[in-house]
Write a protein that binds this ligand. Structure first.
Ligand SMILES: [Zn+2]
Length: 248
C-alpha cells in the first residue's frame, strides 16, 4: 500500500478507522493491497458510494453517501477491492480469454492490447451498469464476503471486555470512533446490564445456582461480565445492533 489515509480533513466520526480499512484490503485484495491505495473523499461523481481507478490502483470511499453506515462502507470497500482484483487478473495476459468467455467484446479486438478500462466501458455501454459482467462480479463478491468481514471487524474491535481491549468502551482518540459513533457509551452500559440481568434471571428461574450464589452475582455483575459467555452475548448484541442501524 502506497498510501492509506484520511485524505480529507475534518471530523470523520462515523467512518471506519484506517486500521479497519487496511484489514479489509489486506484480507480481500489478491495482492494483500501491495499495490492498492485508498482514501476517503467528501464527494464523488454521481454521489457513488465508492470508486476504483484502474490506472492509479486507487480506491475511494465517499464520505457523504456512506457516513455512519458501516454496512455500506464495508460493502463498498469489498466491491471496490474486487475491481482491483479484476485489474490484477487482467494484468496476467493468459487469464484474459477465460475472463471474457461468453461475454460480448468490441469488434476485431486484440485481447493482448485491450485495456481493462476500455473493456469495462464497453461492457457498461453494452449491458448497462447493473448487468455489466464486472459489476455483477463485484456485487457477488461483496455479498459473499460481507458477513465474514463484519464478524471479523467486530471481533477485532471489541476484543475481550475484561482485558480492557473493548475499544467500543473507550473514547480516547478520533481514530477509535469506528463503533462508538453509532453506540453511545450510556447505551452500551445499559446493554451490558440488560444482558447480565437476563442471564441472572435465567439462572434463578431454572435454579442453576442457589440463592446465595445468585445474590453474590447480583452484587457483583462484573463476575459474569468477565466470562467468555458474556463476551459472546455482548458481541452478538453489538453485531445485531450494527446490522440494524440505518441512520444515515
Ligand atoms: Zn463497481
Amino acid at each position: 500500500m502506497k498510501f492509506n489515509n484520511f485524505s480529507e480533513e475534518g471530523d470523520l466520526l462515523g467512518m471506519l478507522t484506517p486500521d479497519v480499512v487496511n484489514f479489509l484490503v489486506k484480507t480481500y485484495a489478491k495482492d494483500q493491497g501491495a499495490d492498492l491505495n485508498w482514501a476517503y473523499k467528501r464527494n464523488l461523481e454521481h454521489d457513488d458510494y465508492g470508486i476504483y481507478y484502474y490506472n492509479s490502483e486507487t480506491l475511494y470511499v465517499n464520505i457523504n453517501s456512506t457516513i455512519k453506515d458501516f454496512d455500506r462502507q464495508v460493502d463498498t470497500i469489498l466491491h471496490e477491492i474486487q475491481h482491483h482484483n479484476q485489474n490484477l487478473d487482467w494484468q496476467i495476459k493468459k487469464n484474459r480469454l477465460g475472463i471474457v468467455k461468453g461475454k460480448k467484446l468490441p469488434m476485431n479486438v486484440n485481447l493482448n492490447l485491450l485495456e481493462i478500462w476500455d473493456l469495462h466501458e464497453f461492457w457498461t455501454k453494452t449491458y448497462g451498469y447493473e448487468n455489466s459482467p464486472h459489476e455483477v462480479d463485484a456485487r457477488v463478491f461483496a455479498r459473499s464476503k460481507i458477513d465474514e468481514a463484519l464478524n471479523s471487524i467486530i471481533q477485532q474491535e471489541l476484543g475481550i471486555p475484561d482485558e480492557g481491549k473493548a475499544r467500543i468502551e473507550i473514547e480516547k482518540s478520533r481514530g477509535m470512533h469506528y463503533l462508538l459513533s453509532n453506540i453511545p457509551p450510556d447505551q452500551l452500559e445499559q446493554m451490558k446490564l440488560r444482558i447480565t440481568n437476563d442471564f441472572i434471571d435465567y439462572l434463578e428461574r431454572d435454579k442453576i445456582l442457589d440463592k446465595k450464589e445468585i445474590n453474590d452475582l447480583k452484587k457483583n455483575p462484573k463476575m459474569f461480565q468477565q466470562t467468555e459467555l458474556f463476551k459472546q452475548f455482548f458481541n452478538q448484541e453489538i453485531k445485531d445492533m450494527i446490522r440494524k442501524k440505518k441512520n444515515k
